[in-house]
Write a protein that binds this ligand. Structure first.
Ligand code: GCU
Length: 642
């Protein structure tokens, strides 16, 4: 192929930039790409149900630990020889001109399958934390009409996107969707997309570097090229208000967004509400809920096909309708008190080498253990927003969800960028999932040390949650203070954030991280605010599946100790008058670099009730029995003995 003028210029530039130049004074500094946030970029709510081209599958990948594709060795704009995103046949350019130099060639680099984490791609990548480049090509038909968006389910952690050599944008955050409009950058025929994903955490990121889970770098959820008409429904929210009326709102984006006729329909209920958007492309309506409406519940997870037609676009979703509220110390689902029989989960599929690629089958396998195995009605999806595959599966299977952002442990409370990142995560999470009936609780933090700066940071997040969604409950997993009472330890919740929350939540590990004898655990005294529901958001003990100690005092990490720990802790729970739920830590053993006991952990946190391959431990049966007793709907703790 003859070298085009552009290629000649690139090759010439490559020669100049590749030479070990003396960094010129004032060399141009790299300008960060435009940052996509919930406020300034397409939301494409319920995009997973829209038509589009799935870009999952084979992608070339190439590591870049010193980030030389983003900045030169003095921090200047990188030379062309390092620009991974060049729209160029690199090997051909060097064959055609022996002066050209390129120190990358993604089209000849190894191939992986996305979505996945690179940690499981090759042994040498198992502990790689840094920048990874991905590249593939995809076709776009000639004569396209409408608009085109690249939508990422999630990429962990910082992402830059280039299309046909042009910068498209960047995103910060590893667990929420983001999208870029590429209508003007697509070309007929073959298009080249290059993505840079940097997994490196820092004191300013959310979460910070130290957590208790594996940091799976990569494009861990799907990438799709989504097509819409010129004017489309970018955001929509259909739900029951707290007083049981049917509310619908929609926001159109495009040249005909203003003053456009819209039709909200639920065919199964014979509901058809017409309206017109305002000058900003917004429409809201509230109508009486149809008498035939069957409310969503764990026992009867009824979902309805909902559409909003606007011009030539039809937005669709499958939505369940319910209310959730607190009244005194009770949690009410559809007006009735409920006890949340739950368990916590990390986003890791079953298997010895999870790569955080949550397929519907993988989600169903995990949630079936909760619903059918444990007789549960609730899951805490910790410690970050899980895949939409998981929250849709919870909708379908009937499990109430605690959804949270990774404001975890030592966050940089006084850093404005960190707060902006956390606020954006809250918004991206809620705007993605507020049509999910399963989600009942939004959580803003986990085990964060109490300081004035932390309180202000979290109060801002609580305020944001309530501004985006006034129909669900707000919580945070808190720590408690321990003191010695006359006859037993006393656990006191004195967290100033408690007064901003609807549901109080406590992580507690008496008898695992404390020297308490298990026999003393049931007698532990709890002092918590009386007028609010409390959930135990965590308690747990490690056990290596298959390790048994049948002595009278089984050692820690044995299945027997874990089972005894659950019996003792459940007895303690029965004595907490305002307890209205629990999500013990955790359903499945999960990868954590902090857990390195070579006999029992091998880099896994073993508090799972099942092993990483799904092998149930004795404690699974203890919790399942406890929930089976409660699943008769009786809420009186006193009636349940272990
Ligand atoms: C903490 C933390 C979890 C952690 C767990 C444990 O409470 O919230 O992320 O995995 O305890 O120590 O196992």
């Amino acid at each position: 192929m003859k070298m085009t003028g552009m290629m000649r210029r690139l090759v010439a530039t490559a020669m100049v930039c590749a030479a070990p130049a003396i960094a010129q004074e004032g060399a141009p500094q790299p300008q960060p790409l435009p940052l996509a946030t919930a406020k300034n970029s397409p939301l494409l709510v319920s995009a997973d149900l829209r038509d589009g081209m799935d870009l999952s599958g084979p992608w070339h990948y190439s590591i870049d630990p010193f980030r030389s594709g983003l900045a030169g060795f003095h921090g200047e704009v990188p030379g062309v020889s390092q620009q991974r995103y060049l729209d160029l046949d690199v090997s051909k350019a060097m064959r055609d001109d022996n002066r050209a130099l390129f120190e990358f060639d993604l089209s000849h680099s190894p191939v992986t399958t996305l979505p996945s984490s690179w940690l499981t791609e090759a042994p040498e990548l198992r502990h790689y934390q840094g920048l990874m480049w991905y590249q593939r090509t995809f076709p776009a038909a000639a004569g396209r009409t409408g608009r085109y968006f690249l939508r990422f389910g999630a990429a962990n952690y910082a992402t830059v996107v280039y299309l046909n050599g042009k910068p498209i944008g960047r995103h910060a955050g590893g667990f929420t969707p983001f999208a870029f409009e590429v209508t003007g950058q697509l070309r007929d025929g073959s298009n080249q997309i290059t993505i840079g994903v940097d997994s490196q955490a820092s004191e300013a990121t959310v979460p910070p570097p130290v957590t208790d889970w594996e940091n799976y770098g990569g494009v861990t959820r799907g990438i799709r090229l989504i097509a819409t008409p010129g004017t489309y429904v970018d955001d929509a929210w259909v739900h029951l208000t707290r007083d049981g009326r049917m509310a619908v709102q929609a926001h159109l984006d495009g040249p005909r967004a203003a003053n456009t006729a819209v039709h909200f329909r639920i065919a199964a209920l014979g509901l058809d509400v017409a309206g017109t958007t305002d000058a900003m492309g917004d429409w809201r309506a509230t109508v009486a809920a149809p008498r035939a409406l069957v409310r969503w519940s764990p026992e009867h997870p009824k979902l309805y096909d909902v559409t909003i037609a606007a011009g030539s676009d039809t937005w669709r979703d499958r939505i369940g309708f319910r209310t959730i509220a607190v009244r005194g110390a009770d949690i009410l689902l559809n007006g009735k008190p409920i006890f949340l029989r739950g368990i916590s989960l990390h986003e890791e599929e079953l298997g010895t080498d999870p790569t955080r690629a949550m397929t519907p089958a993988a989600a169903r396998a995990l949630l079936s253990e909760v619903k059918d195995g444990l007789h549960g009605n609730y899951v805490r999806l910790a410690h970050y927003p899980h895949s939409e595959v998981m929250t849709r599966m919870a909708d379908e299977m009937g499990l109430i969800v605690w959804s949270e952002v990774p404001v975890y442990w030592l966050v940089a409370w006084s850093n404005a960028d960190t707060l902006a990142t956390a606020r954006n995560m809250v918004a991206e999470n809620i705007l993605r999932d507020r049509n999910r009936a399963s989600i009942g609780i939004w959580s803003v933090a986990n085990e964060t040390p109490v300081t004035d700066a932390r309180n202000a940071f979290l109060r801002t997040l609580v305020q944001d949650v309530r501004g985006l969604d006034d129909t669900r409950l707000v919580s945070a997993a808190l720590l408690v203070e321990r003191s010695q009472g006359p006859g037993a330890p006393v656990m006191t919740m004195a967290d100033p954030l408690a007064d901003a929350l609807d549901v109080l939540a406590i992580n507690t590990y008496n008898g695992w991280y404390s020297p308490d004898r298990l026999a003393d655990v049931p007698g532990i005294v709890w002092r918590v605010p009386a007028g609010k529901p409390l959930v135990f958001s965590e308690f747990g003990a490690d056990a290596r599946a298959g390790f048994h100690d049948i002595g009278t005092a089984p050692q820690k990490f044995s299945e027997e100790y874990q089972a005894d720990y659950y019996r003792a802790t459940l007895k303690m729970a029965d004595g907490v008058k305002t307890l209205r739920g629990m999500s013990p830590w955790i359903l499945k053993d999960f990868r954590s670099p902090r857990r390195q006991n070579p006999d029992f952990q091998q880099g896994w946190n073993r508090k799972g009730l099942i092993s990483e391959t799904g092998q149930r431990k004795q404690a699974f049966g203890v919790l399942a029995g406890y929930y089976a007793d409660r699943s008769d709907g009786s809420e009186d703790a006193a009636q349940h003995r272990r």
